[in-house]
Each structure stands twice: as C-alpha cells, then as structure tokens.
Design a protein around this ligand. Structure first.
Ligand SMILES: [Zn+2]
Length: 470
C-alpha cells in the first residue's frame, strides 16, 4: 500500500470513530435533556378536614412510573399518596387529604408533588419534587348562630329564618332535600343572613328544616331550624273533560300534534308534560331574584273577584265517566269581568313575561329573597322583563290563554319557585307574626309596611278549619 493511501485510511477510521463518539455523546445528551414529569394542575390554596385534590401529571417521554404527594408542615413530611407502576403518559389522580389522619395542624404547609417516569437517562440526580405549592390548613368549621325563625310553618306555606354565619361566605337553608339560598341582610360585615323557606304542599310530616354553611376549605357546619311543622289539609275537586274543551284547547297548546293522535292523548301530554315544563320554568325563574326585599306590606288581592279554585286542590280529571288524570292546582283562580286589569300584588321587578305552556300568557314578578308572584291566562301582557312595577300597577288583562275555560286570573305566590298559599301573603297579620317578628327578634331592619310586634306568635288554626279568601 502506498503511504498516501495508508494515511487516507487512518483519516477515515479517525473520522468514523469521531462520528460514533460525537453521535453517542449527543444521543446520551438528548436522553439526559428530556424533561421529566410535569404537574398540570394546582391544588386549592386552602385544605380543610377533608379535601379532594385532583392531580394531573404528564410525562414527556415514556410512562409515569411513580407518583407521590407529600405534605410538609414544620419540617415534618407525611406521604398522602404513593403509587408505583406504569400509568401511561398522562394521569389524573384524585387524592383525598384527611387532615386529622395525616396529623396536620391549622396553619401553613406545603403540598409537594413527586413523580418519576421510566424513561432511561444516563445520569440520575437526587430527586426533587416536580411541584411545591404553599397551602393553608383550615380545620375550623364555619359557625352558625340561629337568631330567630318563624315558629309555626305549614305544608304549602312559607317561613323565615335569620342567622349569623362566621367563617363562610355562603349558606343554604333546606326543607328535606330541597335547598334554598340565603341573603346577607343587616349591617355589612355582621355576617347576618336571612332566608325564606318554602314548604311544598305535600311536604311529609317530620321533614327536617336546616341551615348548612361551607367554607373555602370545604369544612361544613349544619344547624336545625327551630320551627314546628303544623299539618294543613287541602281540598279536592273533580273536573270533567269535555270534547268541546279538547277541540278548543288541544290544538292551541299542542300545535305540532300529529293529526292521528286522539284529542284525549294530546290533552294528557298537555296536562302532564307541558305542566311539568312550566313547573321547571318556575323553579328556574325563582333563581333570578333580588338579594333584598323589594316588597312592602301585605300583598294585594285584586278587588271584586270571586274565588272559584283554591291552592293545592287535587283535581281528578274524568273523561266519559272514567278517571284519566290527577294533578294539583297551585294557585287561586279569581274571576271578575272579562279582560279585567291585572294588578301587581306588590312592588317588584318583572322576572318573566311570555307564554308559559298551560299557564298561557304569564307574568312573574320578583319581590326579592326568592319571593315571586305569578299571573296566568292573560289575554294581554303590558310589561317587559326587567321592568320595575309598583303595587297595583297593571301587568296586563285577564283572559283564557293556556289551559283555561272561562276568563279569569290564575294567581300564585312562589318562594324559590315552589308554590305556596297566597292566603299567607294576602294577610297583613300573618306577615307581621311570621315574617316581621323573627326579623325584629334578630335585631334586623324591618321591611317597610311590615313592622313586627312583640306579641307572641299565635298558633295556627286547627287543621281542616276553613280560612276564606277575602
Ligand atoms: Zn288556575
């Protein structure tokens, strides 16, 4: 081999070796540079007696091989979660932190997330947490002090509870499984709140009434409301469904009905499904309410009207002598002359003004704190949603729209969308005894025109005793 080509071979060999070394080193360098597991979610800033923290972790390469959550307080670390195994590239792990079991005390702490992937790297450094979050451990539940409440409440009725909450910004009251909001009332920062309770007409005896408050850390406090649930009876009625009525009303209320569907079947769709839709709309509208009372004094019943159907009347519907349906009537039917003016029962803001299935053209006026009044079967609506109305202001005219036979006003009082008897709110004495009095006892401002007295609250009349509408 001539010396020239020998030199060439050596150069080639050196070049290839160099390439192998450079390639190998940069490959290892790349392996080393691949970032480890990253944490995608931050925990809540405050944890309570029992808090669920959702971890979201992602590995850039390989799979997540180990996950650990540690809580560090005063130099002491406790492991709240440890998981090992291949979990895939992305994992979401809920971690339940029970402060007592972990030995945590009130105050500052750090929540550390440790995680490792199974991606091979040439060098392993000392492990560090992939994320560390400062948190506050808050183990003190909010405090609820009941200040005053309506002493006697009844099915299909309302009540008021005034209370003070310390350490929570939100509190709800409940009647059985139904929950209602409460509203800050009185001096700011005093923590005093007021809630109206609605008892559905069919609330079972012994239904618990309570207050629940929850703080940011998830600590919960609960208190019972010292009110006595007194029974109340409601009337029943039988309604005969005539063909002439079906021919008139079913096409109006069910325009998309296939022509092959018998009228009675169409009527049952209206009386069941459309009625349910209207109930759902009432509950929805009940949630848009002013955070302060807009009403004053007793609610007004339209003058010179005749009551021909009562609140919570169970109606049995007969067709050709056979029972076809049973429904509950949630309002008062008030008849006067045709197309009579419909006055607002009290001051408020219009919360709903549109056709509402069986109710026909309907208006709902919001009086604040979840208290609302509903006016149905109107021939004409003269107000718009958002409009402020005074007591007695004309909302529209009576009519026969919806599931109505003769011209009349169907009137309801709603508390958080639940129908209650208007008899209570039409009665100035009832408002004084059951609403104004607990406000006064709690040292809260009175509602104008509804000031409380110190007289003891009278017990309600015995069940079954007739109370006539004025
Ligand atoms: Zn009615």
């Amino acid at each position: 081999m001539p010396p020239q080509s020998r030199t060439k071979t050596w150069v080639l060999v050196v070049l290839v070796l160099l390439l192998v070394v450079v390639g190998g080193v940069s490959y290892l360098g790349w392996r080393q540079s691949v970032p480890g597991v990253t944490s995608l979610a931050a925990p809540p800033r405050t944890i309570g007696q029992k808090t669920v923290v959702k971890l979201a972790l992602e590995a850039r390469r390989g799979n997540i091989a180990r996950t650990e959550v540690r809580l560090v307080q005063a130099g002491r670390a406790v492991v709240a979660l440890r998981q090992e195994g291949a979990f895939g590239r992305r994992v979401e792990v809920p971690v339940t932190l029970e402060s007592a079991a972990l030995g945590l005390r009130e105050g500052g702490a750090a929540l550390e997330v440790w995680a490792r992937d199974d991606f091979w790297r040439p060098l392993r450094f000392d492990e560090r947490p992939i994320a560390s979050h400062p948190i506050t451990v808050d183990l003190t539940p909010p405090r609820i002090d009941v200040l005053a409440a309506t002493r006697y409440v009844s099915p299909g009725g309302a009540g008021l509870v005034a209370f003070r909450v310390t350490g929570a910004a939100r509190a709800t009251v409940s009647a059985g499984t139904r929950e209602f909001p409460s509203f800050a009332y009185g001096a700011p920062d005093a923590g005093t709140r007021v809630a109206l309770l609605a008892l559905p007409w069919d609330v079972p005896p012994g239904t618990p009434l309570g207050i629940t408050a929850q703080d940011e850390a998830g600590n919960i406090a609960a208190r019972g409301i010292p009110a006595e649930l007194k029974p109340r009876r409601f009337p029943t009625d039988t309604i005969e469904v005539k063909d002439s009525f079906l021919r008139l009303k079913v096409p109006e209320l069910l325009p998309q009905r296939p022509p092959s569907q018998p009228l009675l079947e169409g009527f049952l769709v209206v009386n069941r499904d459309l009625r349910r839709q209207a109930e759902a709309e009432k509950l929805r509208t009940g949630r848009t309410t002013a955070e302060k009372p807009l009403w004053h004094g007793a609610f007004a019943q339209p003058r010179n009207t005749k009551v021909f159907a009562n609140f919570a009347e169970t109606r049995t519907y007969l067709y050709a002598g056979r029972e076809v349906d049973r429904q509950v009537h949630y309002g008062y039917d008030l008849a006067s002359t045709k197309q009579s003016p419909v006055p607002a029962a009290n001051a408020g803001v219009v919360a709903f003004a549109a056709p509402l299935t069986i109710y026909g053209n309907a208006v709902i006026v919001d009086h604040g704190w979840g208290l609302q009044t509903l006016y149905a079967h109107l021939s004409r609506i003269d107000v718009k949603v958002g409009e402020t109305v005074e007591q007695g202001q004309e909302l529209g005219r009576t009519g026969t729209t919806g599931l109505a036979v003769g011209d009349h006003l169907h009137f309801e009082v709603l508390v958080h969308g639940v129908s209650v008897t208007p008899l209570e709110w039409w009665d100035a004495k009832w408002i004084r005894d059951r609403i104004a009095k607990p406000l006064r006892e709690a040292g809260l401002p009175a509602i104008s025109g509804a000031e409380g007295t110190d007289e003891p609250e009278p017990a309600p009349p015995a069940p079954g005793a007739r109370r006539r509408a004025r």
